[in-house]
Design a binder for this molecule. Structure first.
Ligand code: KIV
Ligand code: ZN
Length: 511
């Protein structure tokens, strides 16, 4: 009989630590519901002490989810743990995840604590967390660069204090697969009470090894993997959930464990996360990239048609790739719209949200008579159905480009209810429109990223635009979709500006 491999998703916590990937409370709840549908075991919803907004987001996820366990992060500090415990009060099943750094460089330079003090703090933190829940996870931060002897010492003490999951993070993505697997093996062998806790791993992707390191750990007895949708996360990201899950499922000949994940939900979750965060998925990304199951060369196509296993090791449908068929059109009604979205795993919290999305669908169907699943997914993550406080709204846009003429745009915006109209020229119609918006808003933000991609095939496809803005070290992103890419661009820009207008004072857990 194979063991269970616990999937701990940290898209809403470590994923959100990616600069520009911050999510609103409603967005977090929407992603959490998608993870719950996927049967993720544990959802790390955030770091409640970071800000009031972070606390409320964890609380909202804890109240909205019934099937997955909800986890909150805390440093090994009393105040952090109490805040995590309070945020999780409404959860059906809860976990507090507390951590402290254990590598010589972190203890000396960051914490300025002796190893003895670190052990003492870890034990205290776990005991305090146990007052709120009997499910307590402990992480020795930067374990990948910590001394194995010290790890054995602190982890043994933490298990005695009531820690139930020991998570071994390769915080800076420094380890190699054989080395990391060996570390897990050593810890399990040498810690006398290791059988009283589940070993977990949390790998960062700085050397592109997060998934390989996680799998090596699983082969050496880890029974929980921490991961994120699309591999989102600090710097180069975390191990990608979809890759870990599909590697274990596809290579059951090598693993003596498997997850409970409903893999058919993977693509929907991937699109939801990339739509909300604006972190696009590269076409050649494993499992969820647009080309992951595309067979370009004639030889491959021939082979796949004769017997799909000649070149395919997984079935596209098993991870949620449906044939991108036309699902709805101009005459489709509200019920058909709602039903198709439900089939895609998208539900609405209120009739008002459904009505707003249906109105956008009708507008889109007037411009584009074939509506595909991907259009519907973009539509529900588009501005009009999101919870961003929209102080700035697009009223109208006229963009003009003509051979031999300077491109120009006239933009009318409503800001806090008052309308302003301005004309600007630029290198192209998008540049002219952005300059007009900036003349009105005077945000003094810097455009860090601008990208356009087509949602479906064909020149009548909607363009999906991602914009990332920076101001004073803070980074926000915005997304917009429309059949007119200048309009999509302005929508994305305005969404990012609206996010920038919301003040943010949040603490980073690891700094
Ligand atoms: O990377 C890391 O070490 C973390 C810890 C908080 C587990 O994210
Ligand atoms: Zn991390």
């Amino acid at each position: 009989m194979s063991d269970k491999l616990i999937i701990f998703d940290t898209t809403l916590r470590d994923g959100e630590q990616s600069p520009g990937a911050s999510m609103t409370k409603d967005e977090k709840v929407r992603i959490a519901k998608s993870l719950e549908r996927m049967k993720v075991d544990v959802i790390e919803a955030g770091f409640p002490i970071a800000s009031v907004g972070d606390f409320e987001a964890v609380e909202a996820v804890a109240n909205a989810i019934t099937d997955s366990r909800i986890c909150a992060l805390s440093r090994a500090l009393g105040g952090d743990i109490d805040r995590a415990g309070e945020a999780l009060r409404g959860a059906n099943a809860s976990r507090i995840h507390t951590f402290i750094a254990t590598s010589p460089i972190h203890m000396e330079m960051k914490l300025r604590m002796s190893p003895d003090q670190v052990v003492e703090n870890a034990v205290k933190a776990v005991k305090r967390a146990r007052q709120y829940t009997d499910d307590v996870e402990f992480s020795p931060e930067d374990a990948g660069r910590s001394e194995p002897d010290f790890l054995c010492r602190i982890l043994e003490a933490v298990i005695d204090a009531g820690g139930t999951t020991l998570n071994i993070p390769d915080t800076v993505g420094y380890n190699l697969p054989n080395q990391f697997g060996e570390l897990i093996h050593t810890l399990r062998e040498r810690i006398p009470n290791s059988d009283k806790a589940i070993f977990s791993v949390h790998c960062h992707n700085d050397l592109g090894l997060a998934v390989a390191n996680s799998l090596s750990a699983v082969l050496n007895g880890a029974r929980q993997v921490e991961c994120t949708i699309n591999g989102l996360g600090e710097r180069a990201g975390n191990a990608a959930l979809e890759e870990v899950v599909m590697a274990v499922r596809t290579r059951q000949d090598m693993f003596s464990c498997d997850t409970d994940i409903d893999t058919t939900q993977i693509l929907t979750a991937s699109r939801l996360v990339s739509g909300i965060t604006g972190f696009a998925v590269q076409p050649n990304k494993a499992i969820v990239g647009a080309n992951a199951f595309a067979h370009e060369s004639g030889i491959h196509q021939d082979g796949v048609l004769k017997n799909r296993e000649t070149y395919e090791i997984m079935r596209a449908e098993d991870v949620g790739w449906h044939t991108n068929r036309m699902v709805l059109g101009k005459h489709s009604g509200r019920n058909a719209f709602r039903t198709r979205l439900e089939e895609l795993g998208i539900s609405f919290d209120s009739e008002a949200d459904l009505n707003a999305a249906f109105k956008r669908f009708k507008e889109l169907a007037d411009k584009k008579h074939e509506i595909f699943d991907a259009d519907l997914q973009a539509l529900v993550t588009d501005t009009s159905t999101r919870e961003v406080d929209e102080r700035i709204r697009l009223v109208s846009l006229l963009a003009h480009s003509e051979t031999g003429e300077t491109p120009r745009a006239i933009v009318t915006l409503s800001i806090d209810g008052g309308e302003q109209k301005i004309e600007s020229t630029g290198g192209g119609p998008v540049d002219a429109a952005f300059k007009a918006v900036e003349k009105i808003v005077q945000s003094q933000t810097e455009l860090q990223l601008y990208s356009v991609s087509n949602i479906t095939k064909g020149t009548d496809s909607q363009g999906e635009v991602n914009v990332r803005l920076e101001k004073g070290g803070r980074i926000v992103s915005g997304q917009g979709s429309d059949t007119d890419i200048v309009t999509a661009s302005v929508k994305a820009y305005i969404q990012a500006l609206n996010k920038m207008l919301v003040p943010s004072e949040r603490a980073h857990p690891q700094v």
